[in-house]
Design a protein around this ligand. Structure first.
Ligand SMILES: Cc1ncc(COP(=O)(O)O)c(C=O)c1O
Length: 350
């Protein structure tokens, strides 16, 4: 038997996060691009099931990072890829995706119902109709998205032992629901906190199209969001998420995207409130992609953002429908969404 190889294959080596301790009971998992977990796992599973052959076109709709991760994996594994995106994909990201050999179409007009996301799905439907030999990873509903994070849970537990609270953002639901499910088997009493934004339907608020904070939140409800996985939900405004990303950089030299800012804001507060509990927050991507938006003073000023001081604590609300701005928090108590919206009695998962 030879020694274990020093190098792993490209995207596999880029996948794992760095773990950093920001306070005695508070760790962050810092990803270059978290979406490499589902992109790599979904493609490999599809290959194993022979759903991808030598001439198969991989098609997907994306607001950014999943598309980039898929482009990295497909380039490495020799698959053709055609992505459908929207204005969230700026010229730099588009050029990077093209540089990896993928094709990309950008939609510019939202659908009457379901916003840009539905408009992207409509174009994807046309692509699938036109290419019989295609594979659609379907990150919103493919259970392999969530399953891909079992490996992350195993790694977190191996490095940190008992984890009492997992905090992260929710978009497709894959990262939080997948990590929480696998981590919960190893860490008794794990408390799970999901971070969303106002005007996203994921945890029961009415849809507000044109949300500035992208990556987390959704105009549609994906099958990969398992509401009964969550003990607590926070809604963070775009303004607070952007300021939090700046603060994370200023304090810790961590240059991350705005969803990382939102997760860090909620997790820092939670860890401070529970000094005897070990907390881990998931920070999904780096800041470079947001240089011309979140990290651009003029872009922020034109939207009246970038001046407000960061709140030190959330406002606790008793209904998800609370449509205020800022940062709010709600006890979800592992209920289904219909139970929460009906205001029924709390039913804790056994
Ligand atoms: C930058 C970023 N943060 C957070 C998320 C949310 O992760 P998930 O889709 O696993 O819920 C996404 C999803 O696309 C994302 O792109």
């Amino acid at each position: 038997m030879g020694a274990a190889p020093i190098f792993e294959l490209g995207s596999e080596a880029l996948k794992p996060p760095r773990l950093l301790r920001l306070a005695p009971n508070f760790y962050v998992a810092i990803f270059g691009i978290m979406k490499l977990y589902p992109a790599s796992y979904i493609i490999r599973q599809a290959e194993a099931r022979r759903e991808i052959g030598p001439h198969t076109l991989v098609v997907e709709t994306t607001s950014g990072t999943f598309g980039l991760a898929l482009a990295m994996v497909c380039a490495e594994r020799g698959h053709r890829l055609w992505l459908v995106g929207d204005g969230a994909i700026d010229a730099t990201l588009r050029d990077r995706i093209l540089g990896l050999g993928a094709d990309i179409s950008i939609v510019t007009e939202p659908a009457a119902v379901g916003g840009m996301q539905q408009a992207r799905l409509n174009l994807l439907t046309a692509l699938r109709r036109d290419h019989e030999d295609h594979f659609w990873p379907a990150q919103y509903e493919n259970p392999d998205n969530s399953r891909s994070y079992a490996e992350l849970a195993e790694m977190l537990h191996a490095q940190l032992g008992q984890i009492d609270c997992l905090i992260g953002t929710v978009g497709t639901g894959g990262s939080m629901c997948g990590t929480a499910a696998a981590l919960g088997e190893r860490c008794p009493g794990l408390h799970v906190v999901g971070v969303d934004t106002h005007g996203s339907v994921l945890f029961g608020q009415p849809d507000r199209p044109g949300r500035l904070l992208r990556g987390l939140g959704n105009s549609l409800l994906p099958r990969n969001v398992v509401h009964t996985a969550f003990d607590e939900v926070h809604w963070v405004s775009a303004a607070d998420a952007f300021s939090a990303a700046h603060e994370l950089h200023r304090r810790h030299a961590l240059f991350m995207g705005p969803t990382s800012g939102a997760a860090w804001l909620a997790a820092r507060w939670w860890a401070h409130e529970h000094p005897d509990r070990q907390v881990v927050a998931i920070l999904p991507d780096e800041g470079h992609r947001y240089m011309s938006t979140v990290y651009d003073r003029e872009w922020l000023a034109a939207r009246g953002l970038g001046r407000a001081a960061l709140p030190s604590a959330p406002v606790t609300v008793d209904t998800p429908g609370f449509e205020g701005e800022g940062w709010s928090r709600f006890g979800w108590h592992r209920r289904r969404i219909d139970e929460v919206l009906a205001g029924s009695e709390i039913e804790r998962a056994a």
